[in-house]
Design a protein. Sequence first.
Length: 279
Amino acid sequence: MTTQMNETESRPCIFTRACSVVPFLGAVAIVVLGAMFLTMGGAKAAGPAVELKERDWSFDAPFGTFDRSALRRGYKVYSEVCAACHAMDLMKFRNLSQPGGPEFTEDEVKVIAADYTIEDGPDDYGDMFERARLPKDPFPAPFENENAARASNGGAYPVDLSLVVKARGGAENYIYSLLTGYEDAPEGFDVPAGMNYNAYFPGHLLAMANPLSDEIVDYEDGAPMTVDQYAKDVTTFLTWASEPTREARHRLGFQVMIFLTVFAGLMYFTMRKVWADAH
């Protein structure tokens, strides 16, 4: 009887054992959740049926970063080519200078914005007036309204590009594949008037004509002025535009993961110390 009592007294209670295990499980959960936080890129549409081209994107990793030169070139391609038909209603010129993006200087952004005008007012007389855009203003829209956009594009409505990377299955690989996927249709494939064949567009018939060609945009940094480079750069820019705080989110997630892991370790050793002599 005495032996059984001694064995019972020497055996740790369930609560003590739980206290020693819970911090360990908490640390594991923190690491797993932190890894998920770092790798997730937000909600994205379901993937397309066709197999897309894939590139090794500098930003496509838990600790990846955007190539600042590529972002600047990508904005140049957007502003000189894509902006003729596509708006980016969610972007303001000041975003171009924020950390993690193209990081133009404030003076550079002022110059970029001043190339466009916007209606403002009313003035002291109640009249509206035109002025040069400021960093606080949004990117200009190419058309006044949807009807004007459709009338200028054969009935097709050019999508807004602010979130297009997240709105399309395949994300950046889809955009890149689409821009480099214009080619002659296979023999026997009927392409109606006003449509274009694209190997990576679902159904392969696309109202948008091929927007890119070699040397259509002048690069001043020595980068190749080819369709492939243009497509890569503007895809990088559109990916950043869809999530301007991506780099900051990854840094914050990593810092929080380290903090919580250390905290869980401290809790583990604290609980062991507290309950060491309790039983």
